[in-house]
Design a protein around this ligand. Structure first.
Ligand code: ATP
Length: 539
């Protein structure tokens, strides 16, 4: 399975940069979610990798094939990229059965395929299955109706599932009579002989493919009915729709239809599967169920999945890596838990996590290896970083990064073809919840110095305890049974806490509050970048 590489991919419509200089590597067998607010460029990114949209510049490689290169003028069409798509509007053909919907695309594939002796192959497989007649007998036994007659339809589905064979081969199995030992052994031996004779006469390899001088002979052909059937059965088993094959889409629930759509996409065995919000049409319960299905599917198919969503929960739970984009610019590309615990900047910290992270503005400076802070009105605290922190050096490095970015930008801007980005990148405006919102939001943008910092405190870091360092008041509480989301007022500020268990909180009651975690984030207010993780000790 291939890995996908994006190098300096930009997509521009006039002055609007939908995707701005995106570089990333999607590892083989990864499950990458493209996440970000509406209009940030997720779908455009996916469409460019798939070949449905042409980048303005950059280079995309899938496996060892360069599929797009603006400098070299390479642009391989989507149908030659060996990728599968699954979109929000999956549109099954209403006049075709489930089986026909899934098999339709397969029957039309015509490409260079190995020349196979199917007769010998099937004979060998049948002989192998029949060499354990008691197993076959047991399966058939389960398919007898009340009068002791064989339910053939049920038997075919069971045999297909048990032996990973096509419906045709399963039907042939029904024609044998494993209860008659003597006949049966003879049938088995005849099948083995057919397979053996073919192998010697035709130079067949272990897959019953015709070989010449050791190499597999290829021919341009369509898939045989049996090969199509095998594929259809294989994918139907994965998404568990084997029993609906004869139904029409209108006779299925939304979730079942979605599973058929997934099966149809999986049938040609794409090595990369692109999905654009495929679950957004489903109700909440079904969506959760399908998430598990997709997770399993990813493991079972071994394909690389690229998945667009604006639902951070979906992105967190499904992905091996999240690619978080804002205004066309990559913000972070990491494992979900890394994105949650070590966000690169304020935007990432805010976007990921439900309930949202608490941001607390603070003013402070380094005192030895700690940072002395004033926050939440006149509270004093010390931030103790997990790792040694040289704050002065951190600011110097930040300034160097800024200069480098400005230099690169000036270099780019000097090029004749350069078009200035219309949708300018702006500093992320975080929200500080207050009792009197207006007062706060009306304040003008202050002139910021290196002493202006922001703390990021996840709701689960805030504990309501008797001996907590801070005094607060319950402003509101939302108990769900398993946990409560509690809004706590400290001065004019509101903080959100998640408390596990089913404690009832009375609005207006006084409580004490602790911040036990050593994963509190310290951000630079000017750049929005995360400086360090650490502990907060109140005086
Ligand atoms: P959503 O979650 O809303 O689907 P998205 O992140 O997938 O958003 P894209 O569809 O990638 O967003 O679009 C990125 C930006 O590019 C949007 O602001 C959109 O308006 C713009 N855009 C998309 N297609 C075109 C087009 N053909 N011409 C001009 N602008 C476009």
């Amino acid at each position: 399975m291939p890995k996908i590489t994006l190098e300096h991919i930009t997509k521009r419509w006039n002055k609007f940069y939908a995707v701005d200089d995106l570089s990333m590597v999607i590892e083989d067998n990864a499950f990458v979610t493209l996440l970000g607010p509406s209009g940030c460029g997720k779908t455009t990114t996916l469409r460019m990798i798939a070949g449905l949209e042409t980048p303005t510049s950059g280079r995309i490689t899938i496996g060892d094939q360069v599929v797009f290169d603006s400098a070299l003028g390479i642009n391989i069409p989507p149908n030659k990229r060996k990728v599968g798509f699954l979109f929000q509007n999956y549109a099954l053909w209403p006049n075709m059965t489930v089986y026909e919907n899934i098999s339709f695309g397969l029957s039309n594939i015509k490409e260079s395929l190995p020349k196979v002796n199917f007769e010998a192959k099937n004979a060998a497989r049948l002989a192998e299955i029949l060499s354990r007649p008691e197993d076959v007998r047991e399966i058939l036994q389960e398919c007898l109706d009340k009068k002791g007659r064989l339910d053939e339809k049920k038997a075919v589905i069971k045999l297909v599932d048990a032996y990973t064979i096509s419906g045709y081969t399963a039907k042939k199995l029904l024609g044998y009579h494993p209860e008659n030992e003597k006949d049966f052994t003879a049938e088995c031996e005849a099948l083995r002989k057919t397979a053996r004779d073919a192998v010697t006469a035709q130079h067949l390899n272990e897959n019953y493919e015709v070989t010449e001088n050791g190499a597999v002979v290829k021919e341009v052909r369509k898939l045989t009915k049996e090969e199509v059937d095998l594929s259809v059965r294989r994918v139907s088993r994965i998404v568990k729709i084997g029993m609906f094959m004869e139904r029409y889409p209108a006779e299925l629930s939304g979730g079942q239809q979605q599973r058929v759509a997934i099966a149809r996409t999986l049938a040609p065995e794409p090595s990369v599967l692109f999905m654009d919000e495929p679950l957004s049409n489903l109700d909440a319960k079904l969506r959760l169920e399908m998430r598990y299905e997709l997770q399993r599917l990813h493991v079972e198919t071994g394909s690389t999945f690229v998945y667009v969503t604006h639902d951070q929960m979906e992105a967190m739970t499904l992905a091996t890596r999240i690619c978080l984009i804002n205004n066309g610019v990559l913000q972070q590309y990491d494992a979900p838990l890394t994105v949650y615990t070590h966000p690169n900047n304020l935007f990432v910290a805010d976007f990921v996590g439900n309930p949202s992270i608490n941001f607390v503005e603070a003013v402070g400076k380094a005192e030895g290896d700690h940072v002395a802070l004033r926050l939440l009105g006149e509270h004093k605290a010390v931030f103790c970083p997990r790792e040694p922190l040289d704050l002065e050096q951190w600011f110097k490095d930040r300034d160097a990064r800024r200069e480098e970015t400005a230099r690169l930008h000036a270099e780019k801007a000097a090029a004749k073809s350069y078009i200035e980005k219309g949708n300018k990148d702006e500093a992320f405006r975080y929200h500080i919840p207050c009792v009197v919102e207006d007062d706060y939001s009306l304040q003008e943008d202050p002139v910021l110095t290196n002493e202006d910092l922001v703390l990021g405190i996840r709701p689960e870091f805030l504990g309501i305890t008797e001996n907590g360092a801070l005094e607060g008041e319950i402003y509101g509480a939302m108990p769900t049974g398993m946990e409560s989301t509690v809004k706590i007022r400290i001065g004019d500020f509101l903080l959100t806490s998640v408390v596990f268990g089913n404690t009832l909180f009375k609005i207006g009651s006084k409580i004490r509050l602790d911040m036990e975690s050593d994963s509190i984030m310290l951000f630079d207010r000017q750049s929005g970048e995360c400086i360090a993780l650490g502990r907060l000790e109140f005086e």
